[in-house]
Ligand binder design. Structure first.
Ligand SMILES: [Zn+2]
Length: 296
């Protein structure tokens, strides 16, 4: 047992792994290595419409083939059945966290759709910002039907944090309105699950892409509302981008690593991920362990 932080690698099985996941893995294990910490693996399959068991099976296989192993759980433990490290196996935990927020009268049903937000934007010349939602659902006290979004009232103000990679940051809470905790399809949201999971798994260092910088103030506030006095520390790293600056996504077939791994190219892929994220000036094959030394 080390005295360092606990961090996590937490892919969503909505497609095959791509180079962006590898870049994240280098930072996650690299910072854990540098700080004498440990890494847990978590399957973030809160979105039941987009996640598929075959994608989870493929990502576990890909991690094994890359030689990337978490301190817990082992990939075989996830293959064996239900796990505390798979979101879809832990519905009652999210229910309990929701009830905790409900007892504090912070949760409300909202019937605003995308078009409600768009109409507000058209009428005011700017997107909805700050606490609440365009039609004041908190005050309306709608019945919490399954087909309505549930939002949490986080309150106003800013949250500030000392990011391990990008320095001191602060941002407004509820910058785009009160965040949903459950969507109208009945899915728990990423923003809610990740806060609950980091608490229950003892994660005190979140290492992730800089596209999530804007989500951080809400996650710090939500952690406080759920009783976490000391929110996790954060480290936001650069993303691999296309030449035009856009973010890689799972829809980019060319960046999926599965086929290349099938051909035994793991060191080439790790080297490419490290290079494209700016950790390595040279494009050269790298062992995962050697890539970790580039972080920090
Ligand atoms: Zn609303």
């Amino acid at each position: 047992m080390s005295g360092g932080p606990t961090t996590r690698f937490a892919p969503a099985p909505t497609g095959r792994l791509h180079l962006g996941h590898l870049a994240n893995a280098i930072y996650v294990w690299g910072l854990a290595h540098r700080l004498a910490g440990r890494v847990i693996l978590r399957i973030e399959d809160h979105d039941r419409q987009r996640c598929r068991p075959e994608f989870e099976a493929a990502l576990l296989d890909d991690l094994d083939r890359l030689g990337i192993a978490a301190d817990e759980p082992a990939t075989d433990e996830l293959r064996a059945g239900p796990s505390s490290y798979r979101q879809s196996d832990n519905g009652p935990i999210y229910d309990a966290a929701l009830q905790q927020l409900e007892r504090a009268t912070l949760v409300y049903a909202c019937d605003c759709s995308r078009s409600t937000f768009a109409a507000w934007r058209a009428a005011h010349g700017r997107p909805w910002t700050g606490a609440g939602c365009p039609t004041g659902c908190f005050e309306r006290g709608l019945e919490a039907r399954r087909d309505l979004t549930l939002r949490v009232a986080l309150g106003a103000g800013d949250e500030t944090w000392d990011d391990l990679l990008v320095g001191r940051r602060s941002g407004a809470v509820s910058a785009e309105g009160d965040p949903p905790v459950r969507d109208r399809n009945g899915n728990w949201t990423y923003a809610f699950c990740v806060v609950v999971d980091d608490m229950r798994h003892g994660v005190d260092l979140a290492v992730r892409g800089e596209d999530l910088l804007d989500a951080t103030p809400d996650q710090i506030r939500l952690a406080r509302l759920l009783g976490r006095d000391e929110p996790p520390r954060f480290a936001h790293h650069p993303l691999i981008r296309h030449a035009d600056g856009s973010k890689l996504s799972k829809a980019d077939g060319a960046t999926s690593i599965g086929e290349l791994l099938d051909r035994g190219r793991s060191e080439g892929l790790i080297g490419e991920a490290a290079h494209r994220v700016g950790l390595s000036a040279m494009l050269q094959p790298l062992k995962f362990e050697d890539a970790l030394d580039l972080v920090g």
